[in-house]
Design a protein around this ligand. Structure first.
Ligand code: 5RP
Length: 227
């Protein structure tokens, strides 16, 4: 199977799972990226079965609206029953690296505001130790150089993602050559640097469920909070 076919398969599995978790009053949290796009497209034919969506990016909001799905502001949605999103890496504890699409801050907010976080990923995203994928950090523009100098002290190589401005008007530093054996601690440590908005480690609030697309089929893996 190609990577695209694996993404389609996990997206369909995520739609089937979501339909068991929602009712017609539900507002669904929806993430960003190519796997999330497959999910949006597959969910569209069931749009009568839920009320609306909260999107983690302008791009996802636009795609949802094109399908005729109502998109509402998180402030008016309250706690969401479920949030579905992709990832750049996941470890066996369902701690993630996210932000390859620069939407990490809104993704983290929507995940935090949801009862259940379902991660959808093809098998290439599965790792034992996070950090092969460069860790994205969203930074206030005027703090970019200062934050990069502070990050260097953590023994990694920060690289400015040129030409990218987040939906929040900020910039991204990607941390290369950074093995992350203790994701919860590293997440807190980076977030404590003045000028950092947030970083792409989702360890303090990991996924609750992972739907992983493999050659053998879609595997459902429960996180520690569900065991
Ligand atoms: C966007 C993200 C995406 O979830 C992540 O980059 C995975 O994307 P894709 O599904 O295209 O591989 O965090 O900020």
């Amino acid at each position: 199977m190609t990577q695209d076919e694996l993404k389609q398969a996990v997206a369909q599995a995520a739609v089937d799972y979501t339909l068991t978790r929602i009712d017609d009053n539900s507002i669904i949290g929806i993430g960003t990226g190519s796997t999330a796009n497959c999910f949006i497209d597959a969910l569209a034919e069931h749009k009568a079965k839920f009320c609306a969506a909260v999107a983690s990016s302008e791009a996802s909001a636009e795609r949802l609206r094109r399908h005729g799905i109502d998109v509402v502001d998180l402030n008016s949605a309250g706690t969401l029953d479920i949030y579905i999103d992709g990832a750049d890496e996941t470890n066996p504890d369902l701690e993630l690296i996210k932000g390859g699409g620069a939407a990490l801050t809104r993704e983290k907010i929507v995940a935090a505001a949801s009862k259940e976080f379902v991660c959808i990923a093809d098998g290439s995203k599965w790792v034992d130790t996070l950090g092969e994928f460069p860790l994205p950090v969203e930074v206030i523009p005027m703090a970019r150089s200062y934050v990069a100098r502070e990050l260097t002290k953590l023994d990694c190589d920060p690289v400015y993602r040129e030409g990218v401005v987040t939906d929040n008007g900020n910039v991204i530093l990607d941390l290369y050559n950074f093995s992350i054996p203790n994701p919860r601690e590293t997440e807190a440590q980076i977030n404590s640097i003045v000028g950092v908005v947030t970083n792409g480690l989702f360890a303090q609030r990991p996924a609750d469920v992972l739907l992983l697309g493999t050659e053998e089929g879609v595997q459902k893996i429960e996180g520690n909070s569900n065991k």
